[in-house]
Design a protein around this ligand. Structure first.
Ligand SMILES: [Zn+2]
Length: 104
């Protein structure tokens, strides 16, 4: 067993778990009920954790985690601003430098 991720809240933990299950990765949550006793235990021990049961699933699980944490990263290729030539990652729809919209 291996801890994959410590989530900020149960919603996040549940989302990641269902993504992992969608890839047929055997996983489970820990601390999902700890929120009830928040205040009685140290705060960072209350956070829900996502664990995977099989070590061999680690590589795939980390890929799922990466997509989960950066859902916009792979949205289109990088582009350069036609106005100021700033180089921008694919997830930006407008230039952060001058505000020019990406050409459709
Ligand atoms: Zn620009």
């Amino acid at each position: 067993m291996k801890r994959l991720y410590r989530a900020a809240n149960l919603i996040e933990a549940t989302q990641l778990k269902s993504m992992l299950e969608g890839m047929n990765i055997d996983c489970f949550l820990r601390n999902e009920n700890m929120i009830r006793v928040a205040g009685e235990v140290p705060f960072d021990q209350c956070w829900p954790e996502v664990w995977i049961r099989e070590e061999r699933d680690t590589t795939l699980a980390l890929q799922v985690l990466d997509v989960f944490k950066h859902p916009l990263r792979n949205r289109g290729p990088a582009w350069s601003c036609p106005k100021c030539n700033e180089w921008l990652e694919g997830q930006f729809s407008a230039c952060w430098n001058c505000g020019t919209e990406k050409a459709p």
